[in-house]
Design a protein around this ligand. Structure first.
Ligand code: TYM
Length: 334
């Protein structure tokens, strides 16, 4: 069943596998939202080329990312599941959005600061700088009401809202102003080796990849950094490592985090780590199997991608035509 509210979100195809944070913070919610909303989900390949990609790997990872979304439970009949670069309107609206964004405003985006500081701003591309503006275009093209993402995307969503409001004020009502849909409990899954920062595919030692071998997943969770106490307690401020494990276990077993914590009263960290590893492997094993099955039929994946992108394009083209018209760009008559 599709409701009238629309949600849209995207994920980059930059790693061979989604990491646990992608799944718990975003994709898992996408799966439930497709039952209640008109859902649009995409692989943001144009975002991934803001840093250099190997073409062979990018192509393979895009297919793999698409297969992972299907394996996670996105249904290409209920949701519109597509590839960003197959809908040219993203780049076109991206340009328009760049033209109404202030340079200072773009400079304040913290993800750019973080990412560029690793390699130095001289090595960062202009695309990396304007990345959040393309993201705004992604969202506004579909007149999305809500955007299900993890906490790290909040600032990009605020920019999107500002740009939508600015355009509407200058040129007349054109865009829906979207709301961030951030589920607090799982909004920030932490790095297993450094539980003061978020889990990220760019820091693979502290990240669990869903397509990792079960023994690798188990090893990573069992060697998660905790603290020097022994008491299992859900206390994200003082015990971020333990609380992160509790969040992961509670989510995979569909239980309340405080109840899960109570189960480990007097049992120590070893038991918690072992059970968390087991719960993740129980999900990741069948997930990896479904991904392999889907991957074995690339022609079918290509067919689904193209069908999804064609569906997305109908809406995207309408919004772009309206935007150009509002701006005073003269439409061609061919
Ligand atoms: P990306 O590919 O980095 O991540 C995909 C989604 O996973 C979430 N996420 C996490 N959630 C909780 N804990 C974590 N440790 C964690 N790591 C990642 C992210 O918040 C995200 O929701 N800019 C986006 C892609 C994008 C997009 C869009 C999203 C492009 N256009 C339009 C929404 C709408 C990104 O790089 O996500």
């Amino acid at each position: 069943m599709s409701g009238t509210e629309r949600v849209l979100s995207g994920i980059q195809p930059t790693a061979g596998s989604f990491q646990l944070g992608n799944y718990l913070g975003a994709v898992r919610h996408w799966v439930s939202l497709q039952d209640t909303h008109d859902a649009f989900y995409m692989i943001v390949d144009l975002h991934s080329i803001t840093v250099e990609q190997d073409p062979v790997e990018l192509r393979a990872n895009t297919l793999l990312a698409y297969a992972q979304l299907l394996a996670a439970g996105i249904d290409s009949d209920r949701a519109t599941l597509f590839i960003q670069s197959q809908v040219p309107e993203h780049a076109q609206l991206g340009w328009v959005m760049q033209c109404i964004t202030g340079f200072g405003e773009a400079s304040r985006m913290t993800q750019f600061k973080d990412k560029s500081s690793r390699g130095g701003t001289d090595h960062a591309s202009v695309g990396l700088f304007t990345y959040p503006i393309l993201q705004a275009a992604d969202i506004l093209l579909y007149q999305a009401d809500g955007v299900p993402v993890g906490e790290d995307q909040r600032q990009h969503l605020e920019l999107t809202r500002d740009l939508a409001q600015r355009f509407n004020t200058r040129y007349g009502k054109t865009f829906t102003v979207p709301k961030p849909l951030i589920v607090k409990d799982t909004a920030k899954i932490l790095d297993l080796q450094d539980p003061t920062s978020k889990m990220s595919k760019s820091l693979p030692t502290g990240a669990v990849f869903l397509l990792d071998e079960p023994r690798v997943i188990t090893k990573k969770l069992k060697s998660a950094v905790t603290d020097s106490e022994t008491e299992v307690r859900f206390d994200p401020v003082n015990k971020p490592g333990v609380s992160n494990l509790l969040t992961i276990l509670a989510t995979f077993t569909d239980r309340d985090v405080e109840q899960v914590a109570a189960d480990y009263d007097g049992r120590g960290y070893g038991a918690l780590k072992g059970d968390t590893a087991e719960a993740v492997v129980e999900f990741a094993g069948p997930f990896a199997e479904r991904v392999r099955e889907l991957e074995s039929d690339p022609a079918e994946l290509h067919r689904l991608m193209s069908a999804g992108s064609a569906k997305a394009r109908v809406i995207a083209a309408q919004t772009l035509a309206l935007t150009y018209d509002q701006l005073g760009l003269v439409a061609a008559e061919f």
